[in-house]
Ligand binder design. Structure first.
Ligand code: ASP
Length: 316
């Protein structure tokens, strides 16, 4: 099978899409294109939601989630709550390719595996991200004053963390997990997702980005899909898998994303509108949807010299 290569990605993926398209244009594989594009994004220190420069958890540690899935085999590799390694997407790929019978490694085990594979450790907390964290701690003290209990993990912790998240997840800026979806000339589809997760998240929290069916799903018969934003909503509806099921039932990519978001919006959650989704079919059709106005995605085909920015459908 031959196809016209295309690569799409969520907000801020335009930093990485040219690297992915260069691979596709040369006849390379979708998995290589997705990994290359996401590595560029993970290296972008100006981006506080992925890789180096990502915002830390409540303990001040950067913990990363990433996954990669291949359409023809539905092979899946992922890491969750990974510290100290700047390219989680490559370690997710190593889980997929080098670790038989495993799909997902988290925490210390993921770090041991990364080290065994020869990946280099690095400091992920940049000065800018540390400053944002310390500013947030100052704000947290103000909220904590309203409560009496003290230990992390208790009700007070969750309330303050929630209050912080509400204030700190910016709604109008470039934020959130990065999704990259690619179709190569051989007709293979691949979906990759990489994130530092919620700022100030509970240590050990793993989001949808590392979970098959939630933040990432890819099935060459119907298409691939990925989510950004409120990860717990994507987990609760199995968002990426739901989109692929809708593609299988004949929905267009944009409509499939919009229907999944409408389903998520029907559940009780004050952050439900934060979810966004993208989809790409094996014949190269693509689309996206979001619960907030102004959300876009980036696109490159072989004819593009730079990423083109497209609007997502608004689901209100
Ligand atoms: N989906 C990510 C997570 O739940 C967060 C985000 O995209 O903002 O970890």
């Amino acid at each position: 099978m031959t196809a016209r290569p295309v690569i799409i990605g969520s907000e801020r993926s335009d930093v990485g899409l040219p690297a992915g398209m260069a691979i596709l244009r040369a006849g390379g594989r979708a998995i290589d294109a997705v990994e290359a594009a996401l590595r560029e994004c993970e290296d972008n220190e100006a981006d506080h939601y992925v890789g180096t420069g990502g915002l830390p958890n409540a303990r001040g540690e950067v913990q990363l989630d990433a996954s990669i899935m291949v359409g023809s085999t539905r092979a899946f590799g992922a890491v969750g709550a990974l510290r100290d390694f700047p390219h989680p997407i490559s370690i997710a790929r190593a889980v997929l390719e080098r670790l038989p019978q495993h799909c997902l490694l988290v925490g210390e085990g993921a770090e041991t595996f990364a080290q065994e594979c020869g990946f280099a450790r690095a400091e992920l907390l940049t000065d800018e991200a540390r400053r944002l964290y310390l500013d947030a701690l100052g704000a947290q003290d103000a909220v904590e004053g309203e409560h009496t209990e003290a230990s992390p993990g208790d009700r007070r912790y969750r309330e303050t963390a929630r209050a912080l998240m509400q204030r700190l997840a910016p709604h109008d800026g470039p934020w959130g997990t990065i999704n990259v979806l690619a179709l190569d000339a051989a007709g293979e589809l691949c979906v990759g997702v990489s994130t530092s997760g919620y700022p100030w998240k509970y240590p050990g929290r793993v989001g949808d980005s590392a979970l098959p069916g939630a933040g990432n799903y890819c099935d060459l018969r119907y298409g691939g899909a990925a989510c950004t934003g409120r990860g717990e909503m994507a987990m609760r509806v199995c968002g990426a898998r739901e989109i692929v099921d809708l593609l299988a039932a004949g929905a267009t990519p944009e409509r499939a994303c919009a229907e999944m978001l409408a389903d998520a919006r029907s559940l009780p959650d004050e952050f439900a509108a934060e979810l966004r989704a993208l989809a790409l079919t094996p014949d190269g059709r693509h689309g996206g949807a979001a619960g907030k106005e102004g959300s876009v995605y980036a696109l490159m085909t072989v004819g593009h010299s730079a990423p083109e920015i497209r609007p997502r459908r608004l689901v209100s």
